[in-house]
Design a protein around this ligand. Structure first.
Ligand SMILES: Nc1ncnc2c1ncn2[C@@H]1O[C@H](COP(=O)(O)OP(=O)(O)OP(=O)(O)O)[C@@H](O)[C@H]1O
Ligand SMILES: [Mg+2]
Length: 253
């Protein structure tokens, strides 16, 4: 049974505090903190190696944090005895490289987890998968194999697969960086539409135009630390730290 939370509408969907992760002598994350209110989108920015992917992986318990606290919908998911697969069911994750099963059709890819993990019947799972394919504008490719799809279509199918688990939070790690520029837009549009519908999201991306459009807040990271957490409008108006401004000047060139 999923653990019910007693979260009120004011409870942030995500509260990360004091997160540290070391591997051997390397400090990957050093006292990272940020808060994501319900229904909002945070964009994680920062130079390569800053720790953005590591922080996303800690949030969805794919990488263990050594210290700190992560409250997901008000519940401490780093507490001993937490059902990690259960938490992961409620947090959708989309990676750079889609990771669809190539021997199954797009529809079957999306039906799989709702049947196996949520216990839906085949018919229920098919209806749900088709509804998710409508959301990402791909119902006409339901019976195709992933290899027959463009990169942009594959990534939209991967988003549909994540949505079929009815997550309360979506994490995206550079979802468009393996795509040609002409396919990037269609994926970003799907992500913006979901954000506009109130899907809480944490996005790592180098697409600054997108970040500017959708980010309620920017979480800027450098060398394993969250340097600042700034409302998107302020950040892009230059009301941010000197370090973040330097980064912005470099990437906006
Ligand atoms: N399992 C690991 N063991 C040791 N070092 C690691 C491990 N995973 C990541 N690192 C190191 O931790 C740092 C942060 O990596 P991470 O992948 O989180 O950065 P990032 O901000 O996502 O970078 P990019 O923009 O290039 O994707 C890097 O220096 C990386 O080499
Ligand atoms: Mg990364």
């Amino acid at each position: 049974m999923p653990v019910e939370t007693l979260a009120s509408p004011q409870t942030p969907i995500l509260e990360v505090s004091g997160i540290c992760r070391r591997v051997g002598d390397a400090v990957l994350l050093d006292d990272c903190a940020f808060t994501l209110p319900r229904g909002q989108t945070a964009v994680l920015l920062g130079p390569s190696g800053a720790g953005k992917s590591t922080l996303l992986r800690c949030i969805n318990l794919l990488a263990p944090a050594d210290r700190g606290r992560i409250l997901f919908d008000g519940r401490d998911i780093m507490a001993p005895g937490v059902d990690a697969p259960g938490v992961r069911r409620d947090i959708g994750m989309v990676f750079q490289n889609f990771e669809l099963f190539d021997h199954m059709t797009v529809l079957e890819n999306i039906m799989l987890a709702p049947m196996r993990v949520r216990g839906l019947s085949r018919n229920q799972a098919r209806d749900l998968a088709m509804a998710m394919l409508e959301k990402v504008h791909l119902p006409h490719r339901a019976d195709a194999l992933p290899s027959g799809l463009s990169g942009g279509q594959q990534q939209r199918a991967a988003i549909a697969r994540a949505l079929a688990m009815q997550p309360r939070l979506m994490l995206y790690d550079e979802p468009t960086s393996a795509l040609d520029p002409e396919m990037t837009g269609e994926v970003l549009t799907v992500m913006s539409d979901l954000a506009a519908e109130g899907m809480a999201s944490v996005v790592v991306t180098h697409e600054m135009g997108f970040a500017r459009r959708v980010a309620d807040q920017i979480v800027f990271m450098q060398a394993g630390q969250v340097v600042e957490e700034t409302p998107g409008a302020d950040f892009f108006a230059g009301r941010c730290s000197v370090r973040a401004r330097r980064f912005l000047e470099r990437v906006m060139d």
